[in-house]
Design a protein around this ligand. Sequence first.
Ligand SMILES: Nc1nc2c(c(=O)[nH]1)N[C@H]1C(S)=C(S)[C@@H](COP(=O)(O)O)O[C@H]1N2
Ligand SMILES: [Mo]
Length: 406
Amino acid sequence: MERREFVKKTMLSSIAALIGTKIVFGSNMLEGYVPLGLQDPDPFKLFNKHKDMIVLNDKPWNIEAQAHLLDDKVTPNSCMFIRNNGLVPENIDPKSWTLTIDGESVRTKKTYTLAELKSKFEEYTYQLTIECGGNGRAEFDPPAKGNQWTVGAVHCASWTGVRLRDVLNDAGIKDNAVYIGFHAVDQHLSRDPNKEAISRGCPMSKALQDETLLAYKMNGEDIPLVHGYPLRLVAGGWPASVSGKWVNRISIRNKVHDGAKMTGTAYRIPCETVAPGEKVKDEDMCIIESMPVKSLITYPKTGAVLKQGKSLEIRGHAWAGELEVTKMEYSIDFGSTWNDCVVEKPVNRLAWQHFSAQVDFPKKGYYEVWARATDSNNKSQPMLLPGWNPKGYLNNACHRIAVKVK
Ligand SMILES: Nc1nc2c(c(=O)[nH]1)N[C@H]1C(S)=C(S)[C@@H](COP(=O)(O)O)O[C@H]1N2
Ligand SMILES: [Mo]
């Protein structure tokens, strides 16, 4: 019989150090065996995320927040959801990174280094709300395929960079320009170099807005790798899929951009309302633009228990795509009556707005607090589900938390 080689003592203690505690039956481990505790990448350490973040998928990485994690006015990295369509790029060298502006409608194709972008153009900082088009997908019935986001695929961080407009103008925009499309370096899951993970864009009018940035900083620091280091397109108020991470090329197109996930049913909803479960032809699907009005109660966490006679301060954020939130209300009687919250102005256009209210409960028992925002076009959030769509986009139903008064 072959002699079995067991892990050497010195090796064992270094493995234990990596795991962070003693491996109780470690002396039984065979030489060369890698304990599971070291095999699985720990997403929380890997991305510096809060322990309460929820992993929806690890191939590719998709991680969401919970409502109570989003209580900060400016979302810290630790609580920002992650949505990847492909593989997170590795070995990025900011010194050799370039951005190319090309396409049918560019006057002169140009390439800039990061240093050139930073020195040539003026720098701006905005807080921008970025919400995944599929946020809230989990609630649709019949269900839609894809990450089952609940409420946590939204963030509002502070982004610093140069205006996309200034860079596009520097290269020159032809009169026939219609759309921009981004290209990025993350690989398709298949690792097929001819396939892009995602390549979306927006009409020129959105590309040319003051707040549409080519960002190189987030919350005052280098953008974390998983959120797009070293250069990211940020288009607040639109489905987050427009905000391309790891961007190295932007094409000025003479037609609607036709990159990966721009066509077919991706990031599209039926142009006209359909019945739940109805089949919709591709040509009857329209591209999602500005996101609908929505809000989130970030304090207290659902399940709060309160002493009778005490009032409860609730707070959270509200946003409305390109529009402003003009009214914020709460209900404790399942939407039968509504009371006003105080809602602040946004710090800049496309930043979420903070609301709060002092809630009194008439007697002991179970309650739900529902929150409802109204935008400057006087559109309010639906109390429960909005119109069904095949891919489960744009669920902006009222957020609800459970409260017990004892
Ligand atoms: N290059 C690249 N950009 C991307 C994606 C991607 O997979 N690759 N995902 C998009 C989608 S669908 C979303 S919701 C947001 C997520 O941004 P975050 O991970 O920084 O929260 O990035 C967008 N930009
Ligand atoms: Mo997304």
